[in-house]
Design a protein around this ligand. Structure first.
Ligand code: UT7
Length: 330
């Protein structure tokens, strides 16, 4: 069977840079602590009037241009985000309108930081079963809108950005070899936006108690992230009938350099520069957008050689996790 491919990639970063030095003036932290514990140097913050759908639109335009197809050729838009413009309508519908992708169905996927890989799984199946021809995946996050800039344990981590790709049967690009998805709902309390849903609609109390900001038990999340991303890499290697030593590039979710290093331990043959970390250094944790940005920068940096395998591995709130193996067709 012909396999689905990523035929175009794009990303978008807001202009405003928030450095560790800036954060030193906002909370009780230091550049040294942030760099040592996370690897993050700076992150981007969207403008007051710039929203998830706007960043998604910009990243989508870049991906469509890269794929050399028009918006009207897209027949499905999947938007992965945990910071939608609204609870409803979906951000995917807003993006469909901005792009004038009038032939496309549109739906949001909520799998937190794993959203891009979840979307790749759905796009692969739908394209290979010939239900849709060209699927646009967009991951976009305005995490600054749910971050408490008085909470030093979270505000140093997150940034705003978007990434996008076009998945199709035709054309060249990155062939999708295997995708593994997993979830563990027992752990949903460890990383959560407590209020704003139907269980706790906005009230004066929820605002006073800062329940519209994300809450995370960092230490616990860290342990599960390492374990689950490790499992996911193993599962998608098995699904593709490949071995660790076949992988040329490891692209884990860009949340924390130490988590990336822990995942990389299994890949003893890989030199340091083939374990991708540029995104966590420069943009912090951009949730669903993270691996898509890494893939875009990696491809556009002309570092990928023909027939190389790239392994993506992700983890996020829910918990959700997953892995994906891509082959560069050149
Ligand atoms: O994308 C979804 C998945 N999310 C993640 O993967 C995030 C997973 N978690 C992490 O990356 C790490 O747990 C953090 C970076 C959030 C925290 O690193 P840690 O090494 O687990 O630190 P910790 O929470 O154990 O805190 C160590 C100390 C504490 O002080 P005491 O109790 O030892 O006195 C914290 O209060 O560091 C303190 N601390 C800080 N100090 C300076 C916490 N945040 C900061 C800070 N600056 N920003």
């Amino acid at each position: 069977m012909t396999k689905a491919k990523i035929i175009g990639l794009g990303s978008y970063f807001p202009k405003k840079v928030l450095t560790n030095k800036d954060l030193e003036k906002m909370v009780d932290t230091t550049d040294e602590w942030i760099v040592t514990r996370t690897g993050i140097n700076e992150r981007r913050i969207a403008d007051e009037n710039e929203f998830t759908s706007d960043m998604a639109y910009e990243a989508s335009k870049n991906a469509l241009e890269d794929a050399k197809i028009k918006a009207e050729d897209i027949d499905l838009i999947l938007v992965a985000t945990l910071t939608p413009d609204y609870i409803f309508p979906s951000t995917a519908c807003l993006v469909q309108n901005k792009l004038q992708a009038n032939n496309a169905a549109a739906i949001d996927i909520q799998a937190a930081c794993s959203g891009y890989v979840y979307a790749l799984s759905f796009a692969k199946s739908l394209v290979e079963q010939k239900v849709y021809k060209n699927v646009l995946i967009v991951a976009s996050e305005k995490l600054s809108s749910i971050t408490d800039y008085q909470d030093r344990s979270t505000c140093i981590l997150f940034g705003d950005a978007a990434s996008a790709c076009v998945v199709s049967l035709n054309g060249k690009g990155l062939e999708i070899e295997s995708v593994y998805l997993g979830a563990d709902g027992k752990m949903s309390d460890l990383l959560i936006l407590p209020a704003g849903g139907c269980k706790k609609p906005a009230t004066l109390d929820t605002v006073k108690n800062k329940e519209h900001f994300l809450k995370m038990d960092g230490k616990e999340v860290y342990k599960h992230a390492v374990r689950r991303m490790g499992e996911a890499t193993k599962k998608c290697l098995e699904m593709a009938n490949l071995h660790e030593s076949d992988i040329s590039w490891l692209v884990p979710h860009q949340a924390n350099e130490r988590i990336i290093d822990a995942i990389a331990k299994r890949f003893t043959h890989l030199p340091k520069e083939k374990v991708y970390k540029e995104v966590v250094y420069k943009f912090g944790n951009t949730s669903a957008s993270s691996v898509g940005i890494a893939l875009d920068l990696l491809k556009k940096g002309n570092k990928l050689k023909k027939d190389e395998y790239i392994l993506l591995s992700v983890f996020g709130a829910g918990f959700t996790f997953g892995g994906c193996i891509l082959k560069n067709l050149g």
